[in-house]
Design a protein around this ligand. Structure first.
Ligand code: FES
Length: 511
């Protein structure tokens, strides 16, 4: 069996929808067809709100379709840190919001009899590093303080080396695409919902009546009372606030058939390199194990090298593997204080909402976003809204993190502009890429299987950083804010909305 270079979850039929082809009006326009956008559309439609949902590519093709799909409140080591930075009350709110999200997902599964391999599992965070043993103990104290059911453990059902573990009881997991494909089927039966795929949003403007208008790449406009940006990295960032307040990372996953029985549970290491393990059942009822980790800042090509091989080595070391069947990667965004931004974009655009910065925990945070935004649109008070408000700012940890994140971005911008590539393309093998200097331009050159060259200007069309080659996934990635482009320059992931400029390969002969 050959290894598929796509997410294991794409073994499910998802209904398809046409691109937008005319101007429209709605109560709410939702941009983005992942868990946040689809769940928000579902909740609003139940309240008889008229919704247009547009997706740049296909529904569920972004991070939602690439996740480990753990539905858990155990988000690494977080609760001790939240108590330190926000206080006990807000830390407890964060936990409660995650639990409510899990219950909301469970309720929808029951209500619509969705068959999506949902199972209740204990979640474990474990360490093999002496420095993390005390951190795990502090986290266990935070669990006690916040009444989170769980305990320290010295053994786990999964037999992998560990010095100490921390269990959170009764969390869950599912098949995210089966779940959302069923919700999409429900949406398609509802006259209040219109869905369009291959319809990227490029801008938001204000109408004469002060209602926001979403402009699509096709040139069609959608006027509505509210706009929800659920497109992962907000494509619309009036004051550049969010580019400076989040950083993108890629993490990698492999799926395998094994020769041993999965013992139950969901696992993640506390320290780097992150190792995450869970299992699911295939359509023919075979167990599939998922191994995740190797997390790097997007665009840091050197660190990303060999990410999948390292995961395979981990799997082979601890489990008797039959075959590796899928490999893929996901993009995650982290905010300065690790809590997502969910709510109004900014004070001057009160009708525009964003939902982003979920770190690796999009299943619960996506469901939270849908509920918070729906409540706000319906003018219902939600006690969690302040905690997630994008307009919050805490001097600690925000300032420290802002400085370090933006120093990294600035360093990349300057270093990449100053670096002079000395590479030659005649040494380039199939499926390899390099950056060369053509006159004063830096050009990224990729040689495909048929030995044809594809060349692009490496200047990112978002804010001008230099993209770097990601050999794991054969893409050009931007280290500044995480935009990603295909070998021919098309946008795969925002915030960029324009493709990289192509370069005429006939001009490459002298290099
Ligand atoms: Fe912002 Fe490339 S993503 S400069």
């Amino acid at each position: 069996m050959t290894m598929k270079k796509e997410s294991y979850w794409y073994n499910t039929h998802i209904a398809s929808f046409p691109p937008i082809s005319k101007d429209m009006q709605a109560d709410v326009t939702i941009v983005g067809g992942g868990i946040s956008g689809i769940t928000t559309a579902y909740l609003l439609a139940k309240e008889n709100i008229n919704v247009v949902l547009i997706e740049a590519d296909q529904l569920i093709s972004g991070t939602t379709g690439h996740t480990t799909a753990k539905i858990t409140a155990q988000h690494g080591l977080i609760y001790d840190e939240l108590i330190q930075h926000f206080g006990k009350e807000k830390a407890k709110q964060y936990y409660t919001a995650q639990v409510q999200a899990l219950q909301q997902i469970k309720k929808l599964i029951n209500e619509h009899q969705i068959s999506c391999d949902f199972s209740e599992e204990d979640a474990y965070i474990y360490t093999n590093d002496d420095n993390y043993v005390s951190k795990l103990k502090s986290e266990a104290n935070a669990y006690q303080e916040l009444d989170i059911p769980g305990s320290l453990v010295t053994h786990m059902p999964l037999d992998i080396p560990m010095k100490l573990g921390l269990k959170m009881d009764k969390q869950a997991q599912f098949h995210p695409v089966k779940y959302l494909a069923s919700l999409v089927n429900e949406l398609s039966k509802n006259n209040n919902i219109r869905i369009f795929e291959q319809s990227p949003a490029t801008d938001i403007q204000n109408s004469e009546s002060d209602q926001p208008i979403v402009i699509t790449k096709q040139g069609n406009v959608i006027q509505s009372r509210h706009v929800v940006i659920a497109s992962h990295f907000p494509f619309y960032d009036m004051k550049g606030l969010y580019f400076a307040r989040m950083y993108p990372e890629r993490s990698h996953l492999i799926a395998a058939k094994t020769k041993q029985k999965y013992p139950g549970g969901m696992y993640i290491s506390a320290e780097q390199p992150i190792r995450s393990v869970r299992a699911t059942n295939s359509h023919d009822d075979q167990e599939i194990w998922l191994f995740g980790g190797e997390r790097y800042r997007t665009g840091h090509a050197k660190q990303q090298k060999e990410a999948f091989h390292k995961l395979e080595a981990f799997a082979n070391q601890h489990v008797v593997i039959d075959t590796f069947i899928n490999q893929w990667a996901a993009q995650d965004l982290t905010t300065t204080d690790k809590v997502p931004y969910i709510g109004k974009l900014c004070k001057s655009t009160p009708n525009v909402y964003i939902a982003t910065g979920y770190r690796k925990w999009g299943m619960t945070n996506g469901a939270i976003a849908a509920q918070l935004i729906t409540d706000d649109i319906l003018n219902k008070q939600n006690p969690m809204s302040d905690l997630f408000s994008p307009q919050r700012f805490h001097s600690d940890p925000d300032i420290k993190k802002l400085i370090s994140m933006n120093a990294t971005t600035a360093k990349h911008l300057i270093a990449s502009k100053l670096a002079i590539p000395m590479n030659k393309i005649d040494e380039l093998k199939a499926n390899q890429a390099t950056t060369i200097l053509a006159g004063i331009n830096k050009i990224g050159v990729y040689r495909d299987e048929a030995s044809d060259l594809h060349a692009i200007d490496t200047t990112c069309t978002h804010m001008g950083c230099e993209v770097t080659w990601n050999g794991n996934e054969q893409t050009w990635d931007c280290p500044c804010h995480g935009s990603r482009f295909s070998v021919t320059g098309e946008v795969l992931e925002g915030p960029a909305t324009k493709p990289l400029n192509p370069y005429d390969t006939s001009e490459l002969e002298d290099h």
